[in-house]
Design a protein around this ligand. Structure first.
Ligand code: LYS
Length: 254
């Protein structure tokens, strides 16, 4: 065996060991409790109201778990650590506004989407509305997001500044350390409604995306059961009602 074979064999063994840790549906059912993970810093999708974790995705997650006949327990960590935690068996499922992307799909298995949205240009200056208007401008985004990937592709942007949370990116805009912020269109809409005095103005959507939960790569028993429960709750209007409560509209994918 040469060194390449040894390394390759070790990598395969490691991958097997990591994926073997994912709890299939039968194990979760036996324990009775699914471990859900989210960020808790992305209102109105997932955030804290005092000590209580709440938001559209939190209520959707809890409704789906209940429909599956399971109790649930929440873990919250930074956005960056959520998908890697799946491979380390720290939780069973992540529901934290991750869009389905090819890159992420290499590492995790996505469920059906629970909302459709996209990245929107947000600024204080009403003249900054289109991708072309971002030329020569400094733009804030949260690290590890599809917003970062998409802004990097806009020609002529002067600088893309990364922040650990979406809120930190927004604060950079409010304090005029950046010219624009790219965030989810429903996050921007909610802020404009709740904090009109902040003077945020929205421009074009840079892209659209489907947002879904993620389970450990290949954990299809869990993904299938989740999808079945989610579909039933979309069909009976439960998800639309949760959506109305947070957004005043139905954000599920049409
Ligand atoms: N939907 C975006 C993404 O997939 C942003 C999520 C941001 C969560 N704080 O990356």
């Amino acid at each position: 065996m040469n060194i390449f074979n040894i390394v390759a064999t070790a990598a395969v063994a490691l991958a097997a060991a990591v994926s073997a840790q994912a709890r299939p549906l039968a194990d979760i059912e036996k324990s009775g409790t699914i471990i859900l993970a989210s960020e808790g810093q992305y209102a109105p999708f997932n955030y804290f109201e005092g000590k209580k974790l709440t938001g559209y995705e939190i209520e959707v997650g809890e409704a789906v778990a209940k429909k599956m006949g399971l109790k649930y327990e929440w873990k919250t960590v930074g956005f960056d650590a959520l998908l890697t935690g799946l491979a380390q068996d720290r939780w069973d499922l992540v529901i934290a506004s991750h869009a389905i992307t090819e890159e992420r799909a290499k590492a995790v298995t996505f469920t059906l989407p629970h909302y459709c949205s996209g990245g929107q240009i947000t600024a204080l200056d009403p003249k900054i509305r289109t991708a072309a208007d971002l030329a020569g401008k400094v733009v804030a985004v949260q690290t590890g997001t599809t917003y970062l990937d998409s802004v990097k592709k806009v020609p002529g942007v002067k600088d893309v500044k990364n922040f650990p949370t979406d809120e930190a990116a927004r604060n950079a805009l409010s304090s005029k350390r950046v010219d624009a912020w790219v965030t989810d269109r429903f996050v921007a809409k909610d802020l404009i409604r709740k904090v009109p005095q902040a003077g945020l103005k929205t421009g074009d959507m840079l892209f659209v995306e489907q947002v879904a939960s993620a389970v450990s790569k290949g954990n299809t028993t869990l993904a299938d059961a989740w999808n079945q429960a989610l579909k039933a709750l979309i069909a009976d209007g439960t998800i639309a009602a949760i959506s109305q409560k947070y957004f005043g509209e139905d954000v599920t994918c049409k």
